[in-house]
Unconditional design. Structure first.
Length: 256
């Protein structure tokens, strides 16, 4: 397992207004952070029907990250296992791309999911490059759709931490996230950016979104992607999932 699982330490801060956001952008550049990229992330969260992942403090996620400039996408599978700290979001992660290649992490993910859910997967299930087929296969084995969420993210890199500006569909709003690999660098970055305790968000994004709805998406992005023919089949699939379970009166338009 050594080298396959890494620690991620995070804190999130609510951006309450445009002035706060502008001041933060200015400050991180003054402190030496450099802009890396801007992306649209679509997270597809899977769990069992009895929520064995959630109850075990484990996240099983399939993410599309689309570069907003090039429009190129990568798909990433992530397992997050909650760490011990109660003062920040402390997780141990296993992560690998959906690229059709064999990966030693496939077996580790299979073992973790089996221990958490009792579902026995073959590691070959992850050796694919078609995400829609992968999700269908996982659902056939006993997983189900738990949540779909999107956010627009801008990355800034520093020497010991990454800082991200995240925008969610309303009413979730905007956040700043700090990401490091240890607690010392995390709090050092908090002090460097003069972030205040009262602006700190104790919940992770999953809990923030689920307090509002199981689905948090930019409807315009789904509309655009289906019209231009980008990943049409997968987005039809996602829209069917959302429309089947969404808890509001507004429904995503299905495209024939």
């Amino acid at each position: 397992m050594n080298g396959q699982l890494y620690r991620e330490c995070e804190l999130k801060f609510k951006i309450s207004n445009q002035k706060v956001e502008n001041d933060l952008y200015k400050l991180i550049l003054e402190k030496g952070y450099t802009y890396y990229k801007a992306v649209l992330q679509t997270d597809f969260i899977l769990d069992t029907i009895d929520y064995s992942c959630k109850d075990s403090n484990l996240l099983f996620r399939i993410r599309e990250e689309m570069d907003t400039n090039s429009k190129n996408s990568v798909w990433i599978i992530t397992i997050k296992i909650k760490g011990r700290s109660k003062n920040f979001q402390d997780n141990y992660e296993i992560e690998f791309p959906v690229d059709g290649l064999e990966n030693i992490k496939h077996d580790l993910v299979v073992d973790v999911l089996k221990g958490t859910t009792s579902i026995k997967l073959s590691s070959h299930i992850f050796r694919c490059n078609n995400v829609e087929n992968l999700i269908y296969d996982l659902i056939q084995t006993g997983f189900s759709e738990y949540s779909v969420m999107q956010k627009k993210r801008s990355y800034y890199k520093g020497s010991n931490s990454n800082v991200m500006f995240d925008i969610f569909p309303e009413p979730i709003g905007k956040f700043l996230e700090i990401e490091t690999f240890n607690e010392h660098d995390l709090y050092e970055t908090v002090n460097l950016l003069n972030l205040r305790q009262e602006e700190m968000e104790q919940r992770n994004y999953g809990k923030i979104v689920l307090d509002k709805n199981r689905y948090c998406i930019f409807e315009s992005e789904f509309t655009m992607r289906t019209r231009v023919g980008k990943n049409v089949d997968f987005y039809k699939f996602i829209m069917n999932v959302v429309n089947r379970y969404i808890n509001t009166n507004e429904r995503i338009e299905e495209y024939k």
